[in-house]
Design a protein around this ligand. Structure first.
Ligand code: ATR
Length: 273
């Protein structure tokens, strides 16, 4: 019988996950169906239970339900616990196993696909919301020399750094207070969605640095444009690789086989212009 999986979010119509997982299933000859579910804000637990009862095998969870999904998990991974958020679920009888592959997907994109080792690098993260929280533990596991978190509201960065102090030390500042240069800069704010760039000093971007915007499909975002102007030899990228790599991690967790990602990333890439 065909195994059923889905992504749940609100809104969900623009999700690329059904396409990505269908391509993975074809490439690995796995008999599965993967659909998109429009979730109901305030009723996530019900939507999850309905899918489980109907025989579904697993779910991806996207905005705005990642924290709700954590609350529904009976067996969250350590990573999910630290993130306080879940983006993949696997049903095992009554057990709801849960993980968060966003951060590992990002690190794999940087180290494996872009070929940039994170070990001993100075890393700047912009933003102190849910996206940043989810990537700290996988980032620390790559052993960077330094992790600095800059945020519009300094107190939010300080609170998050305190909360995650057990995972590793994080310097915090406002955007203007950043003391660069950095080798890798991740934009994990939602500023790109409103066409803005965090107001960083240009010297934050080191020579030959990687500027990585976690958003996908927005072309050359104001942050990436800023990075190019700040430093001509910067490498810029958006979050397409992260999106596909987190999907591959979930697929491997569910099916026991890790699909190749290069062709899928190429197919989904939107030019950075
Ligand atoms: P997500 O789950 O996507 O991380 P979030 O938890 O709402 O979303 O966090 C959004 C982050 O983007 C926050 O760090 C926010 O800064 P504040 O803590 O000051 O609110 C940041 N952010 C949102 N809009 C921004 C903008 N226009 N410029 C800079 N930072 C912005």
């Amino acid at each position: 019988m065909t195994d059923r999986y889905a992504v749940i979010g609100h809104p969900i119509s623009h999700s690329k996950s059904p396409l990505i997982h269908s391509l993975f299933a074809q490439a690995t000859a796995q008999d599965l169906e993967y659909t998109a579910i429009e979730g109901h804000p305030g009723a996530f637990a019900q939507d999850l239970a309905d899918f489980q009862r109907s025989g579904g095998k697993g779910l991806n969870i996207t905005l705005p339900f990642k924290v709700d999904a954590y609350a529904c998990a009976t067996h969250p991974s350590d990573r999910a616990r630290i993130a306080g958020a879940v983006n993949a679920i696997k049903f095992d009888g009554d057990r709801v196993l849960a993980d968060n592959f966003d951060g590992v997907g990002l690190m794999r994109d940087v180290e494996h696909n872009l070929g940039i080792p994170i070990r001993n690098k100075r890393v700047l993260i912009l933003g102190a919301g849910g996206a940043t929280r989810g990537l700290i533990e996988p980032l620390m596991a790559c052993q960077p020399a330094q992790v600095w978190m800059a945020n519009r509201t300094l107190s939010n960065a300080q609170a998050l750094a305190n909360d995650l102090a057990g995972v590793g030390h994080i310097n915090t500042s406002t955007f203007a207070g950043v003391d660069g240069p950095f080798d890798i800069v991740f934009n994990a704010t939602s500023a790109s969605l409103t066409g803005e760039a965090p107001p960083l000093p240009p010297q934050a971007i080191g020579s030959g640095a990687l500027a990585y915007d976690l958003v996908y499909g927005k072309g050359l975002t104001p942050f990436l444009k800023f990075a190019q102007q700040a430093c001509p030899d910067v490498v810029v990228t958006d979050g397409v690789g992260m999106l596909v790599e987190q999907a591959a991690e979930a697929f491997a967790w569910w099916r026991g086989v890790r699909p190749d990602t290069a062709e899928v990333i190429q197919r989904l890439t939107v030019p950075l212009i």
